[in-house]
Design a protein around this ligand. Structure first.
Ligand code: PLP
Length: 338
């Protein structure tokens, strides 16, 4: 499978001889979710963005952002991150032979994401502060030094991420009534709006924030955002105005879901649909279950990242393992017993 810069070359701001840094991102599966469809009373599909090379949709934007950085002659890239941007930036910098640095909120990043960033050789800086402070600091740093900033304030990120909208429409023959999506910095919903608009079909955009980190819902910055969904633990979204414009123009909404609702959807997706996503991703499905499809007949939920990113939350939420002696009777009891 070619990467998305090749697949959608004519719809991205690159010339044929520009450098392309790719790990084969994009072209992720859209799977029908029969159990959810029945619960909601609509045809529900899941866009499995956790199947991108580093396990989240961030790779769609990163292939473009790092390719553009190489084109511009950058020697280093940097980002502030709740985790997945760090993992993705680290991988694409490694592939491009650039120095990567990532600034993450100390103690608030899921284990898998930290392991990825470190393995790919990025300099991982744990800030004694939250994501919003980290983003403010990297922006200042990039004003002073020739380092490429690959956060979603980078236009190339949105360019790459808009391709997910093309894929969803292609897979559904152009018929989609609503898209449910978790919202943190609001870059991804802005990118989907852009992609759908370019493709000439904008479905209703239903965005969901975690109740403890819901600035767009409250209409006010959240100073100390808190949620189990660490990827959307953001109190001051970088794409605030654009996201609100996208909700309005698509006749959509941005609403909140509690951590309990997120975790219930997280378990339901794994247990009933066979899809293991990370907690932030489950916010899209939690919102659909909580508020309903609002008349939409065909709905797609974006599952933004893979469940393996955050093994700790999974083990806290899942059932216990069954200890067993090494003899047949004990195994029979363990397997077949109540
Ligand atoms: C980054 C991220 C989000 C939020 O996307 P925004 O563009 O910041 O709104 C949601 N889920 C996961 C898994 C992410 O990594």
């Amino acid at each position: 499978m070619p990467g998305l810069m090749e697949r959608y070359a004519e719809r991205l701001p690159f010339a044929a001889d520009d450098p392309v840094v790719t790990l084969g991102e994009g072209s992720t599966p859209l799977v029908h979710a029969p159990h959810l469809s029945e619960m909601v009373g609509a045809e529900v599909h899941l866009k499995l963005e956790g199947l991108n090379p580093t396990g989240s949709f961030k790779d769609r934007g990163m292939t473009c952002a790092v390719s553009a950085a190489v084109r511009e002659g950058a020697k280093a890239v940097i980002c502030a991150s709740t985790g997945n941007t760090a993992a993705s930036a680290a991988a694409y910098s490694a592939k491009a032979g650039l120095t990567g640095a990532v600034i993450v909120p100390e103690g608030k990043i899921a284990t898998g994401k930290l392991a990825q960033a470190l393995m790919h050789g990025a300099k991982v800086i744990a800030l004694r502060g939250n994501f919003d402070e980290a983003l403010r600091l990297v922006r200042e740093l990039c004003d002073k030094h020739p380092i490429a900033l690959v956060n979603s304030v980078n236009e190339f990120r949105l360019q790459g991420q808009k391709t997910a909208a093309f894929e969803v429409l292609e897979d559904l023959g152009g018929e989609l009534d609503a898209l449910c999506i978790p919202v943190g910095n609001a870059g991804n919903v802005t990118a989907y709006a852009k992609g759908f608009t370019e493709a000439g079909h904008l479905p209703r955009l239903f965005g969901f924030q975690a109740a403890g980190a819901a600035p767009l819902v409250n209409g006010a910055v959240v100073e100390k955002p808190e949620t189990v969904a660490s990827a959307i633990r953001i109190g001051n979204p970088a794409r605030w105005e654009e996201a609100m414009a996208a909700f309005t123009s698509s006749r959509g909404m941005v609403r909140a879901v509690t951590d309990d609702e997120i975790l219930a959807a997280y378990r339901l997706l794994a247990g009933r649909e066979g899809v293991f996503c990370e907690p932030a991703s489950a916010a899209s499905v939690a919102g659909l279950l909580k508020y309903g499809a609002d008349g939409a007949e065909r709905v797609a939920c974006v599952l933004t990242g893979h469940g393996l990113k955050d093994p700790q939350t999974a083990l806290e939420q899942a059932g216990a393992v069954v200890p067993c002696e090494p003899d047949l009777a004990a195994v029979e009891e363990a397997v077949l017993g109540g």
